[in-house]
Ligand binder design. Structure first.
Ligand code: NAD
Ligand code: DAU
Length: 335
């Protein structure tokens, strides 16, 4: 396969490129990334010299850039997005541009060349579930997004589906729960908690901290996308979740605190995130039945490994937190 991966310098995209080139060494990957604050070429150390890998710095909103990047590829795996809910509350405009207009531009390029299009989306499009229920999101759950981020992702999902129904574009979509693992930008809860503790800083927990997320180790996500690319039914959407017991944010934070030998005085309850969804939980039985998907990395074990990764890669996250990582690609690539 010749893949165009968008947003491959971000958290999940970079894990996916490592995963794909390791497991499909004969394939070719083009990584198109704008290198926003969330894009970091240091996430791809070890890959950049692989002759099967090419990096293009560019914006998915620009049709000329996208058309050039899509030349000769047979599959697009679309990760590029503004991904952080808190930022979307403060500055929604770039979310509309990248997540909606950018997806439209990619779809147009795919339509012209009839390229298989896999769209990476989120469970946040479904809104919020009640705490204390056993209700789960399913593929048929109506969309009800709460934040400008999730609304922009919802719009992009609708566009992708419409290109299948109207133009018969070969698409698939995955709506996935909260990922954790290596190379996650330390603005998200888990890497923020780990790196703050190493720095001796408190962990901000929004509201009462009883919000529940369905944690998924990033490699399980990469494997799920692989299964969809290889076996997924064209036109379909698959929900991809983790295997954890329901665990609240404050319990996640307490677990990290215990594993790192600190105490609960490091928790600081802060004001609530506006529009904060209470609970996410995904029914991934369709992906299990049709693709043989099942999460293989437990939260219990992989939260420990994730803490160890951030402890071993202090240099990586300190450069991210200080902004120095952006110097790296200027030096290395002149971009
Ligand atoms: P991220 O913020 O870590 O990375 C996003 C990447 O996209 C960065 O490399 C950034 O430079 C690039 N990018 C942003 N705007 C761009 C543009 N206009 N043109 C080209 N590149 C651009 O995000 P992530 O957490 O890796 O998420 C990847 C995808 O997965 C997103 O679509 C997100 O909605 C989705 N998703 C994320 C999670 C999660 O828990 N992180 C869960 C479900 C779905
Ligand atoms: O559900 C999938 C989504 O997961 C993805 O689509 C998003 O791209 C990704 O950012 C993530 O969104 P969340 O808002 O759930 O992730 P975040 O790590 O920001 O927050 C996780 C939970 O922790 C959420 O309930 C808010 C809370 N939180 C977050 C931060 C950053 C805190 O209590 N304190 C914090 O400092």
């Amino acid at each position: 396969m010749r893949l165009l991966v968008t947003g491959g310098a971000g958290f999940i995209g970079s894990n996916f490129i490592h995963y794909w080139l390791k497991n499909h060494a004969g394939d070719f990957v083009v990584n198109l990334d704008k290198l926003t604050y969330a894009g970091n070429l240091e996430n791809l150390t070890g890959v950049e010299k692989n002759p099967h890998y090419t990096f293009i710095k560019g914006d998915i909103v620009d049709p000329a850039v996208v058309e050039k990047a899509a030349n000769g590829v047979d599959t697009i795996v679309h990760f590029a997005a503004e991904s952080h809910v808190d930022r979307s509350i403060l500055e929604p405009e770039v979310f509309i541009l990248t997540n909606i207009v950018g997806t439209y531009v990619l779809l147009e390029a795919a339509r012209k060349k009839n390229i298989r299009f896999h769209h990476v989306s989120t469970d946040e499009v479904f809104g919020s579930l009640e705490l204390g229920t056993t209700e789960k999101f399913k593929e048929i759950t109506p969309y009800d997004p709460s934040s400008p981020y999730s609304a922009s992702k919802a719009a992009s999902d609708h566009l992708v589906r419409s290109y299948h129904r109207t133009y018969n574009l070969p698409i698939t979509i995955s709506n996935t729960s909260n990922n954790f693992g290596p190379y996650q930008f330390p603005e998200k809860l888990i890497p923020l908690a780990i790196t703050n503790l190493i720095e001796g800083k408190k962990i901000p927990v929004y509201g009462d901290g009883k919000h529940v997320r369905d944690w998924l180790y990033v490699i399980d996500h990469c494997r799920a996308i692989e299964l969809i690319l290889l076996k997924g039914v064209i036109g379909k959407t698959y929900l991809i979740g983790g295997s954890t017991e329901e665990i609240s944010n404050v319990e996640v934070v307490k677990k990290i605190i215990t594993l790192m030998g600190k105490d609960e005085s490091m928790i600081e309850f802060t004001k609530e995130r506006p529009g904060h969804d209470r609970r996410y939980s995904l029914d991934w039985s369709l992906a299990a039945k049709e693709l043989g998907y099942k999460p293989e990395h437990s939260f219990e074990e992989y939260i420990k490994k994730t803490i160890e990764w951030y402890q071993r890669h202090e240099d990586w996250w300190r450069r991210v937190k200080s902004g120095e990582y952006q110097e790296y690609y200027r030096e290395q690539y002149g971009v």
